[in-house]
Design a binder for this molecule. Structure first.
Ligand code: PAF
Length: 294
């Protein structure tokens, strides 16, 4: 490791590229009795990510954000190549938000030659987004396990927008006895209800104007289910509303148990509605909680 790698900073924030330097910084904080939180990201930060950072800032003495575009969670090379990367802009936002340390390792630091281990959480992974993106959730579980072990953070912050990812990561940490609390942060939405996503920028003006139909419909479906309407009927109704609102096709529109992601034909336990739908070439996902019937 070179001296310049050890001493890189961006404003008041340390920028670290090597695991050894990250561990040293975190160990010093822990020796001083400070609580460390981590916000794992792939960069291209938007207000949804910043809500995770704010939650970590509120709870923890020290906040680490990681930026690592993880090749193992992409199943299409073109998708990986075209993933937006702008570390300087991201770093400026993180400094402003009071992040103490940015960990932005090169690929070979995370996956050195000969790397072959895979972390898999099959029951939670092989449904919803796992069906259309084979290997994606294993890639997420593998890199997040490594980031947890590298950062040794006591708390880690994940958005509820990627609810399946949140459950996979929480199960993985429990199963591997990694002493980290996985903290869920509610989905950040635009004023019209559209969940924030870097993909929203790909929508045409017309698609963007129609996209709030997704949250509007999910919320209406959740209300009808809580009032006792039949699940199959509401799923069919929701599909029709979304189609009419410009969602041309679906990867899924399901009611699933909030803890196990088991598909539900009846609302007999805490549940969520999950959707992945396409507006033109743009795939949008969202989910909402459904209150169990009284
Ligand atoms: O949600 C993301 O940005 C990624 O899946 C994560 C959790 C940083 C792992 O690469």
């Amino acid at each position: 490791m070179t001296d310049s790698e050890q001493s890189e900073t961006y404003g008041a924030m340390a920028v670290v590229r090597r695991i050894a330097a990250l561990r040293e910084a975190v160990a010093a904080w822990k020796r001083a009795g400070e609580r460390v939180g981590v916000v794992p990201t792939m960069g291209a930060l938007h207000a949804g990510h910043m809500a995770l950072v704010e939650a970590a800032r509120r709870d923890c003495d020290r906040v680490v954000t990681t930026i690592f575009v993880n090749p193992k969670q992409f199943n299409r090379p073109d998708d990986l190549d075209s993933y937006p990367r702008d570390e300087a802009t991201d770093a400026a936002r993180l400094v402003e938000a009071g992040v103490d340390l940015l960990f932005a390792p090169p690929v070979e630091e995370v996956y050195p030659e000969g790397f072959q281990t895979k972390v898999s959480v099959p029951l939670l992974s092989d449904c919803l987004c796992g069906l259309t993106r084979p290997g994606h959730m294993d890639g997420v579980a593998t890199v997040v396990a490594k980031l947890f072990l590298m950062t040794a953070a006591e708390r880690a912050y994940f958005g509820e927008k990627d609810f399946q990812q949140l459950l996979v990561v929480r199960r993985m940490a429990r199963d591997l006895d990694i002493p980290v609390e996985v903290v869920p942060v509610p989905t950040v939405r635009d004023a019209d209800g559209l969940a924030l996503s870097s993909r929203n920028a790909l929508l045409s003006a017309g698609q963007r104007a129609r996209a709030p139909v997704i949250h509007r419909t999910l919320t209406a479906m959740a209300g009808k289910l809580a009032d006792g309407a039949a699940v199959a009927e509401i799923l069919a109704w929701g599909r029709g509303e979304l189609n009419a609102g410009g969602v041309e096709k679906f990867d899924y529109l399901d009611l699933r148990a909030e803890d196990s992601l088991e598909e539900l034909a009846d609302l007999d336990r805490p549940a969520r509605l999950f959707v992945a739908g396409w507006m033109g070439a743009v795939r949008l996902i969202d989910n909402v909680a459904v209150a169990a019937k009284a």
